[in-house]
Design a protein around this ligand. Structure first.
Ligand code: SAM
Length: 385
């Protein structure tokens, strides 16, 4: 979709656009993705697939180790607040399966994880898709955590490789749906490159959740990023662990309210991220989600989230165990101010699918899930990026 900047808005909040394209309720657009959208989707996938697995020692030595632990705490709190025993879970952009243990603790009954990933150009097209999800498979099967051999996960899983912001997942997961809970952690912003992708993402979530089902997620906080951009001297800002840089086309630091998609910046986070990302104006996200029957339960910047949930004893204990703020004992190490500033760049949200849970509704079939997932079990969907 073309951008233009004739009008300007004085804040990061922009109104939902009047779509110039016609969409059906499932999010199908009579829309041809232009080449640049695919190139950027490929860049994101390339970046995540190229990341190597770290040993426990390497992980502990990371300059953002406390931030990683804090983010794990935030995701764990969201899961503990909303997941129920026996739930069927859809994990969009599941990455290397870093949340599997959290879901296991919540005693879920079924897990479907989807991620996109590409390898280097030397690899065959089949292999290109297999990196992140392959790591997720290894972790699920219990072959990953060498240092902490853990018991098997108690729920069957199904893993899928593909672009979950492009492919119609309602078709792919017809037999598995409906899901009780959908999670998209630190990834929803990759759908915001075009309106069609953003709609596809929300249409997928909506189509697969049961009425009353919950959508939890974390993503960059556009208000904070745009505020920092406007406070910066040039088009870049950051600290010792991250930087964000906008292109010259945003030199006026104004964003047209009618073009809230495709606002791209480059994000670098030491030892974690180095790829293009897109601003997600939260009020547009909220309105678009409502169009797909997803109502906002809450949105909180990570700082506010930590302040509020650290008042609850059970989550204080979880924080102590995860060690983001030290272990509450000998380990006095804690988040650096620079890591805390990065935490401020993110928000957590919860949405609920409209409608009442239908007691008579037939549960999704879980027979495609396996207790041991082999390479052949991983389904590849879509044409790739
Ligand atoms: C920051 S990682 C988060 C991974 C995981 N959700 C977590 O919290 O540990 C972002 C993930 O989004 C995935 N991703 C990005 N674009 C995607 C797309 N179009 N479809 C599926 N996954 C995507 C990346 O491959 C990567 O695994």
């Amino acid at each position: 979709m073309k951008r233009g900047y004739q009008e300007s808005s004085s804040s990061a909040s922009v109104e939902p656009p009047q779509s110039k394209l016609r969409y059906n309720p499932e999010g199908d657009a009579q829309f041809l993705e232009d080449e640049s959208t695919k190139i950027f989707a490929r860049k994101v996938a390339d970046h995540y697939s190229a990341r190597t697995n770290q040993t426990l020692e390497e992980r502990e030595a990371s300059p953002i180790i406390h931030l990683k632990k804090l983010n794990n705490w935030i995701k764990s709190v969201l899961i503990q607040l909303y997941a129920r025993r026996g739930d069927a879970v859809l994990d969009l952009a599941c990455g290397k399966g870093g949340d599997l243990i959290k879901w296991d603790k919540a005693k879920i009954a079924y897990y479907v994880g989807i991620d996109i990933a590409e390898g280097s150009v030397e690899l065959s097209i089949d292999l290109l898709f297999f990196f992140c999800i392959e790591d997720c498979r290894t972790r699920y099967n219990g072959d990953a955590d060498h240092h902490q051999r853990r018991k098997k996960f108690t729920f069957p899983a199904r893993l899928i490789c593909g672009d979950c912001f492009e492919v119609r997942l309602d078709k792919v997961l017809e037999d598995d749906a409906p899901f009780d809970i959908c999670s998209c952690q630190f990834a929803m912003h990759y759908s915001w490159s075009t309106e069609a992708r953003a709609r596809r993402a929300l249409a997928n979530v909506s189509a697969l959740l049961r009425p009353g089902g919950i959508f939890i997620g974390t993503m960059p906080d556009a208000n904070v990023i745009v505020k920092k951009l406007r406070e910066a001297e040039g088009l870049a800002f950051g600290n010792s662990v991250y930087w964000i840089r906008f292109d010259e086309e945003f030199s006026e630091k104004k964003f047209k309210s009618s073009s809230p998609f495709g606002i791209k910046y480059k994000f670098h986070l030491e030892d974690a991220v180095d790829c293009p990302e897109w601003i997600v104006p939260f009020n547009v996200f909220k309105s678009l989600a409502e169009e797909y029957g997803l109502e906002l339960v809450f949105v909180k910047n990570s700082h506010q989230f930590v302040d509020e949930y650290l008042k609850k004893p059970e989550f204080v204990e979880l924080m102590r165990r995860l060690g983001a703020l030290g272990d509450g004992n000998q380990d006095q190490s804690t988040l650096s101010p620079d890591e805390w500033e990065v935490a401020y760049l993110y928000l957590a949200f919860v949405l609920r699918k409209r409608g009442q849970p239908d007691q008579t509704q037939v549960k999704g079939r879980r027979d495609k899930g396996k207790m041991h997932v082999s390479k052949e079990d991983i389904m590849s969907v879509g044409g790739g990026v």
